[in-house]
Design a binder for this molecule. Sequence first.
Ligand code: CU
Length: 395
Amino acid sequence: MGFRKLINSKKLLSFFAAFMLLGTNLLMAQTEAGGAAAGQAEAPKVDWTGVAYYVLIFFLICLGVAIVGKILKVYDLTLKMQGKKGLNWNTVMATICIVFLVAGLYGAYWSFTEQGSMTLPEAASEHGVKIDEMFTVTTILTMIVFFITQILLFTFLFRYRHSDKRRAHFLPHNNTIEKVWTIIPAIVLTILVVFGFFTWQKIMNSENLKEDINIDVTGHQFAWELRYPGKDGVLGPKDYTLVTGTNNLGVNFKKKASFDDLRVDTMYIPVNKSIRLNILAQDVIHSVYMPYFRVQLNAVPGLPTFFKFVPTITTAQMRSKLDDPKFEYTLYCNKICGGSHYNMQKVVRVVTEAEYQTWLSRQKPYLNDALRKELHFASANEQSNGSTNRLALNN
Ligand SMILES: [Cu+2]
C-alpha cells in the first residue's frame, strides 16, 4: 500500500486515533499509579508489560468488533439469498450509537476517577483555594453541558433512525432555537469570565506592604538564585552591568541596602505571612512554578515581574497530611529553557515564624569575602569592627 493510500485510509486513521487516545489515557493512569506507589522523591515508572497487555486487549476488542461485523454481514447475505428482506442496517447503526454513548460516558467517568487526582494537588495558599473554586465551578458547568448534549445527540440518533414509514421534517431556519443556543452560553460564559476577572484582580492587584517578605528569585541557565533582604528588610538594587563570576546577580554594593542582603539555598517562608517574589531572568525566559501554592509567573529578561501569595500549610503539616515524611514543596521552572532545564528546582519550606527567624539568623550575607576582595572593599574583620561604609569605590 502506497503512503498516500495509507494516510487516505479512513479505517486505518480512525483505528490509529482510537489507539492513541486509549494508549495515552492508560499510560497516564499508570504513570500516576506508579508515582503514587513510588512516593514523590522517585521518578514515576511506566510498567511496559502492563501497557503491552492493554495494547493486546485493545487489538482483541477490535478483532471482536470486526468478527461481529462480518457475522452480521454473512447473516444479512443469507437472509437475502433466502429471498427475505435482510438486516435493517439503520437499526444496527443506531444500536451501536447507544452502545457508544454508554461506553463513552463510562470512559469519561473512568477518566475522572483514575486521573482526576492528577489535575492539581491540595492548595497551600490563600488565593490557591479561590483558583480551585473557579476550576471546580467551570468543570461542573461544562460537565453538565457535556453529559446533556452527548445523551441527547446519541439518543436522537437512535430514536430518529431512518424508517420507511416516516418522513423527515425539514427545518431550514428557526430564530427561537438560534437565540436559545446563542444567549444561554453567552450568559454562562460572561458569568464565568466576570468571576474569573474579579478573582484575578484580587490576586494580581496586591498592594506592596511594608510587612511583605521580599524574596528575589532570579532564573538563569540552569538554576534559581535566591536573595533575601537582611535586617533592614530592603533588597539592594541590581544592575546587569555589575554581573561578574562572583557577583552573579549584579547586586549594586554602592548602595547601603545591599550590604546585609542574604544569599540562600533553600527558600524558607513563614506560614500565613505575605510573601512577595520578585521574579527576574538573566538569559532566556524562565517561569516560576509552585503548583501547591498555585503560583506561576514568567521570569522574563529585562522585565521584572512579581507575585504575592500567602502560604497557609507548613511543610510539616503537609507531610502529615500526605503521610509522606520526605515531602517538600518545590519551586520549578516550567518553561523549557534549554538542555538542563530540569535542574531548575529549589526546595521551598513553609515554617512557623519562630523557625523562620532562627533560620534567617543563620544565613550568610551575599557580600562574602571573595566579593569584598573583588570589589576592593574593606576586609571582613574591619567590617565587623563597625567600618561598614568605608569603601574604596574604585571598581
Ligand atoms: Cu528555566
